[in-house]
Design a protein. Structure first.
Length: 425
């Protein structure tokens, strides 16, 4: 379900016509539906109502503090992968006891920040990291809650860039070796072993890889418990896929049922780290057509959003539906929808059958609520675009468009360069 729909041939978000927002905010911009975000969060959360659990939204998917606040208000936590994401979560008012910290490259200052904040646990990805966390906790007179992120070596059947649970991936600790690692962790005075975690990949469109991973973790947990360890949390990561085009992804209730069936009598609190399934289809990118042109081979629709705004098509060859925001559109053509960036890889859609767009038309690039803005950059010195949240018949700019001044914030010209007069040619 999502709240982007047509009324009299015009695309609306909830009770707000998108063209009206474009008129006030300018283009391009990201647009999110508050109602859809809440709905997706609730559906996921309620699917696990029979077991103790925390839904920690993966901030990497969408880290705007207003968006995080929506989930925090719903009782959610946040999955972070950096000090910056922790800062955002704290600004949004998260309960630190609902924050889990993942990632292979945590730095000392980030670890210390998380310890000071009092997060629930670190998902530890190597034995060196474990020792560094212990040292940091010792220095601060604290005890760090941890889970080892084990790599269950299952194939999630997804794009190679976003599969993470295979031996060849950099993530986690080999499941066979993890038992030994837990024994080591036990000897560390400033470490409190709280659980086990895993994350197998993203945009996973089948339930079976999750079940396989869970089966392997269950075995591990049984061993650990026999060893006398109190495993209180099982973090199953994120990764549930969504429909971008024709793919069918399991409904969260189907995923939940499979997980619950596979983990009967586990007696622990489950942690989930969904990102895409909550935010992906709750957001779109709105862009304006600048020019159209054709040669013997191709039609091009040049729009004012580029790969710096939405990099997924260029990076993963991902599919995002292209829709009209206003107007009927004429016949259909096959075209590349391209941005203003000076790279051939700068496209939002390639060889796509779309209705004929004209200069000035508004276009919606669908399913852009996750890994859209968060992966955007200032490449070609383009200011990052605004993020807008619609709630019913109102809209709120939750991040302003960056200005030229924003672009050079923090840059300085050293004095020795200022002293050098420009060469006369
Ligand atoms: N937890 C961990 C440890 C993760 O690494 C990720 C995603 C998630 C949770 C959330 O996964 P989700 O539920 O959103 O699938 N930029 C790529 C996706 C990279 C995902 C990385 N990790 C894309 O645009 O498709």
């Amino acid at each position: 379900m999502n709240d982007f729909h047509y009324r009299d041939g015009e695309l609306w978000c909830e009770e707000t016509p998108i063209a009206r927002i474009a008129k006030e905010v300018g283009t391009p911009f990201y647009l999110y539906s508050d109602r859809t975000l809440k709905h997706h969060f609730r559906v996921f959360d309620e699917a696990f109502k029979d077991v103790p659990h925390i839904v920690c939204f993966a901030a990497k998917a969408n880290s705007n503090i207003a968006i995080l606040k929506i989930f925090i208000n719903e009782g959610g936590g946040v999955d972070i992968v950096s000090g910056g994401e922790l800062y955002r979560a704290m600004q949004a008012g998260v309960n630190p006891e609902k924050v889990v910290y993942s990632g292979v490259g945590k730095k000392v200052d980030e670890i210390e920040y998380a310890l000071e904040a009092g997060i629930l646990l670190f998902n530890v990805e190597s034995s060196q990291e474990l020792r560094v966390i212990n040292e940091c906790a010792k220095k601060l007179g604290k005890v760090a809650g941890i889970a080892l992120r084990v790599n269950p070596d299952v194939d999630p059947g997804t794009h190679p860039h976003i599969s993470t649970g295979l031996k060849k991936n950099k993530f986690g600790i080999d499941i066979q070796r993890s038992l030994e690692e837990y024994r080591e962790a036990r000897k560390l005075e400033h470490i409190d072993i709280k659980g086990v975690s895993c994350h197998i990949g993203s945009q996973v469109t089948k339930v079976s890889p999750f079940v396989d991973a869970l089966d392997r973790l269950k075995e591990l947990i049984n061993f650990l418990r026999k060893d006398g360890l109190e495993i209180r949390y099982l973090d199953l990561g994120g990764g549930l896929g969504i429909t971008y085009d024709q793919e069918t992804a399991p409904h969260p209730s189907e995923y939940a049922k499979a997980m619950m069936d596979a983990s009967k009598n586990m007696e622990c609190t489950f942690i989930f780290e969904p990102g895409r399934v909550i935010a992906g289809n709750a957001g779109i990118l709105v862009t304006e057509v600048l020019y159209t042109k054709s040669n013997e081979e191709k039609n091009f629709v040049v729009v004012d959003a580029g790969m710096n705004d939405l990099i997924r098509p260029s990076l993963y060859n991902s599919y995002h539906k292209i829709q009209r925001v206003t107007g009927e559109g004429g016949d259909e053509i096959v075209a590349d929808v391209v941005g203003p960036i000076c790279e051939s890889g700068d496209y939002l859609a390639k060889g796509r059958k779309i209705s004929r767009f004209e200069r000035g038309d508004l276009m919606a690039v669908m399913s852009a609520g996750a890994y859209g803005f968060t992966m955007s950059s200032n490449y070609n010195s383009r200011g990052r675009i605004p993020e807008v949240l619609v709630s019913d018949d109102r809209f709120h700019v939750i991040r302003k468009r960056e200005t030229y001044a924003d672009l050079i914030r923090g840059e300085t010209i050293p004095d020795y360069l200022k002293r050098t007069a420009s060469k006369q040619v």
